[in-house]
Design a protein around this ligand. Sequence first.
Ligand SMILES: [Zn+2]
Length: 320
Amino acid sequence: MSHSAARARAGRDRTSLYQEITDKIIAELEVGRVPWVQPWGTAAAKAPLDMPKNAATQRRYSGINVLTLWGAVIERGFSGQGWLTFRQALGLGGNVRKGEKGTTAVYADRFTPDEERRRAERDGDEPYVIPFLKRFTVFNTDQCENLPEELTTAPEPVPQGLILPQAEALIAATGADFRIGGDRAFYNVLHDFVQVPRPEAFFEPINFHRTAIHEVAHWAGAAHRLGRDLSGAFGSALYAKEELVAEMSSAFVCASLGIKPTVRHADYIGSWLEVLRGDDRAIVRAASAASKTADYLLAFQSDDSKPAETVEIANEREVA
Ligand SMILES: [Zn+2]
């Protein structure tokens, strides 16, 4: 690539990055959130009020990075303000956990165009420099594992009694990689793990169980388990069908565990109706798949020695 092409690209990247940041801040303000006044001390904020810092160097982040990293801590329910690059985590003997998405931070740099350098040499004065932003990716220490203990913020243990023992025992018996934390519940197809927010994050902690079993039902549907098609894009009929199976599976398993099932995904009802109206066999098929899933999961109760085999699935996807 020629120098001018490289410069043109750097120029575009500069503009878009400033614009991207500005657009994000505008979007926040438009919905009444002020990015530099985060709701510390509320249920959404798990981390203590502090400036974000690099956990390896202890340097504090500054400028726009403070807003970005604070925003990520609140939005994603991280428990601390320490951040690391992928390499820094490795350098500390740890690693970023599989499937974790990083947060984009920026640093200010400057460059002098070649032409300007030549002009300055010719005229014998100082070349002007163009300040610009470059992006890099950091991960909260919550997203890392095997870090030295002093760098990790140990998550608060889930208070006794919030997770019903029969549900906890079943989930453990499945051998599923089941993670508690964050602000969203999902099954990550590629890395084959389930994540569910802490029970306290639910308006009624009992809903933790329904959500947890729903996600474990997606886990059970993976290609190398019950082999359902989990490739439906959000909003597609395939997605709605899989949600229907997961919701019914959760209802069947919860009922078996003595947990009263409820409709959690009221917002999905419209898409389910569409599926049912378009295919008169859909509900029978979904209920059958849900029964198989419930049987598959409940079978772990009596036999916890079955190892869960893992295979890599080629597409990066999450099923919520
Ligand atoms: Zn789901």
